[in-house]
Design a protein around this ligand. Structure first.
Ligand code: NDP
Length: 476
């Protein structure tokens, strides 16, 4: 286990909201001892005392569920180094110390290549590990260049490309439900499954993060990484083990099987949009274009939807729809697996047999199965939903990830070839969007997103259903 963690970007939102509470949770659970040292490095002109106070304040705000002893221990273990993460001398000062160090780049993604290049000169101790946040690179060429820089610095096993969705208990349970039970896997193919919706809709708007988000947008912020990783877990062949090689090989197979979209496909099977003024939960939200720090001419999307097909024996004929949007009416974070309708109904026509939908709800954690049953009147078919709520996770996702980094298990991080394969899926969309082939639609903040399209090819997109009652019945 590595006992030194150096965080660059140590005064940022990620550090405050996720990394510090995760460290406190690890400490509270007994995973971190007194020997653990945290170095916070950023460009602010702070002292260690100021930084410790900042940590205490952030843990009060975001880590309130952790015992105060654990929070105090994390603050006391910290030292602050003022450092430009692109300067080799500054980097060397921040990672100075005995033994290997885990270097966490909690930085804007545009800074990663310069920091990794500078780390070459900063003399990283043997056995050190590097953690990079998402998105990994800004496009395929950027990811390839970053992979080359990293390969010259440390072995692949020491590179942790973070996707914290993979460490979420509910996301892990997509695999748990599939592979620890007999009932699902025989049906887990295109013969039985018509569509899969992988959705991360949130009520949160920009929340002051224009500096990062306006450069990135929904496609690169959510679909290129988190939602494609979810697709991998839903669609992968059962791995021999959940060890890093087996798991990541099988995920790579899924990414390689995605049929790359042509420009025609992008026009007909993707959407992008941004929010207009509106109200969410009684809060007035300005138009995205008017949010502070946004360049309205950049045309950054706050809503992205992409429909994919997989060229594989198991999945040919199933549609996978990935969607994420900000400033929407309600939080809806789920994987909804929609089964095909039954081939024959011996019940006459009273009521409809709705397609079964299995939903993995990611926040809050749960599982729902929509079935059809016979109601109190003979031959009347009624919907029946079975819902299970799961225990809250023992460790937050970032706690699990940090533990994996410190103990050296990269299974839940993205391998270099996976990161490139994910960009290969997204590049045709980015390129057609940049050419203006897909219009930037608009939706009021607090709405369900852009209106369904009116042209005939939009049927599949419009079929995205918010509840089982909205699902068209194929048997009619
Ligand atoms: P912020 O803009 O809040 O923080 C970025 C941090 O990096 C600041 O502390 C900033 O300090 C520092 N920084 C920027 N440039 C340099 C530099 N050259 N040298 C040293 N420090 C520098 O961003 P976030 O914390 O939100 O995001 C960081 C990363 O985490 C991104 O890759 C993002 O995608 C990822 N992430 C964020 C999530 C979140 O909810 N916030 C969730 C999941 C991932 P300064 O004040 O000096 O500019």
């Amino acid at each position: 286990m590595i006992n030194r963690l150096a965080v660059f970007g140590a005064t940022g939102d990620l550090t405050a909201r996720y990394l510090l509470p995760a460290l406190a949770a690890l400490r509270a659970a007994g995973h971190l001892g007194d020997q653990m040292q945290l170095t916070g490095a950023s460009r602010e002109d702070w002292t260690t005392e100021q930084y410790r106070q900042w940590i205490a304040d952030q843990l009060d705000r975001h880590g309130g569920s952790c015992p105060s002893g654990a929070r105090k221990a994390i603050a006391a273990s910290a030292r602050y180094v003022r450092a430009d993460a692109t300067d080799p001398t500054d980097l060397a000062a921040a990672i100075a110390g005995d033994g290997p160090v885990a270097v966490y780049l909690a930085l804007p993604p545009a800074v990663f290549p310069r920091t990794v290049a500078a780390l070459h000169e900063a003399r990283l101790p043997a056995g050190s590990r590097i953690v990079l946040e998402k998105p990994f690179g800004e496009n395929l060429a950027g990811a390839q260049e970053l992979n080359r820089l990293l390969a010259d610095l440390v072995p692949e096993q020491a590179v942790f490309r973070v996707d914290h969705f993979l460490a979420m208990t509910t996301v892990q349970n997509v695999l748990g439900s599939r592979l620890a039970n007999r009932v699902l896997e025989p049906l887990w193919n295109s013969t039985h499954i018509a569509e899969v919706d992988i959705i991360w809709d949130e009520t949160l708007a920009l929340e002051g993060r224009a500096g990062y988000y306006d450069q990135v947008g929904a496609l690169k912020d959510m679909l290129q990484n988190h939602l494609l990783q979810l697709l991998c877990l839903v669609a992968m062949e059962p791995p021999i083990s959940l060890g890093e090689r087996d798991l990541r090989d099988r995920k790579l197979d899924v990414l390689r099987s995605v049929r790359l979209l042509t420009e025609h496909d992008v026009v007909h099977r993707t959407r992008r949009a941004r929010y207009l003024p509106g109200t969410i939960g009684g809060r007035d939200i300005p138009a995205y274009a008017d949010e502070e720090g946004v360049d309205p001419h950049r045309g950054t999307e706050t809503f992205a939807e992409v429909e994919l097909e997989l060229d594989s024996w198991r999945w040919a004929g199933t549609t996978f729809r990935l969607r994420s949007g900000k400033a929407l009416q309600e939080n809806r974070m789920e994987v909804a697996v929609r089964f095909r309708s039954v081939p024959h109904l011996p019940f006459g026509h009273s009521g409809a047999a709705l397609p079964n939908v299995l939903r993995f709800t990611l926040e809050p954690e749960g599982l729902t199965l929509d079935l059809t049953a016979i109601g109190s009147h003979a031959h009347e078919l009624v919907p029946l939903s079975l819902t299970a709520r799961m225990e809250p996770p023992g460790l937050p996702a970032y706690g699990r990830l940090l533990l994996d980094v410190l103990t050296g298990d990269p299974a839940l991080s993205i391998r270099g070839d996976e990161a490139e394969a994910a960009w290969r899926v997204v590049e045709p969309v980015l390129s057609a969007w940049e050419k203006g082939l897909v219009p930037l639609e608009e939706y009021p903040a607090g709405s369900q997103g852009p209106e369904p399209r009116q042209w005939p090819g939009a049927a599949a997109v419009a079929r995205t259903c918010s509840s089982v009652k909205d699902v068209p019945d194929e048997t009619q």
